[in-house]
Design a protein around this ligand. Structure first.
Ligand code: SF4
Ligand code: SF4
Length: 139
């Protein structure tokens, strides 16, 4: 199973090495896409996570018992097809080509597995068709 995991945790847990624990205890493959750690306020992490469903479920239970809020999110953005006009503007800012548009139909195509949640596509959409599910870090 491969999906994305988003977690938030209080300041008291910002020193807990959760990434290390997920790899060591549950043998999961992790790729950190976004990290925001403020030692006085809170932290958040967005991962690509891969491993057996059972290991991922056990890891979520472990994190929740520690006091973290954990969500599995198959996609970091959503695109409202009723608003999208297939103008293609968003594809120009998506460097990893999670958003593409091509012949013959010139319809927008989104690959959630490639998306890293940078949110760069959101402000360029003239139709406001794109929504992000993970907030930008507050600096
Ligand atoms: S959030 Fe970033 S990676 Fe994902 S589709 Fe938008 S521009 Fe591409
Ligand atoms: S910029 Fe907005 S309207 Fe244009 S293709 Fe992307 S999602 Fe659709």
């Amino acid at each position: 199973m491969k999906t994305k995991m988003y977690m938030t945790f209080p300041a008291t847990l910002t020193n807990t090495p959760v990434t290390y624990e997920l790899i060591k205890r549950f043998d999961l493959k992790l790729n950190i896409l976004k990290a925001n750690i403020d030692f006085n306020l809170m932290g958040s992490l967005l991962y690509d996570i891969e491993g057996p469903s059972k290991s991922i479920s056990e890891a979520i239970e472990y994190l929740q018992n520690l006091g973290l809020n954990v969500d599995l999110i198959p996609s970091v953005i959503t695109i409202d097809e009723n608003r999208c006009t297939d103008c293609g503007l968003c594809t120009s800012v998506c460097g990893i080509k999670a958003l593409t548009i091509a012949a013959p139909d010139w319809k927008l195509n989104f690959d959630p597995a490639k998306c890293v949640g940078c949110n760069h596509c959101i402000p360029v959409c003239p139709s406001r068709a794109i929504s992000g599910l993970v907030p930008e870090p507050v600096l």
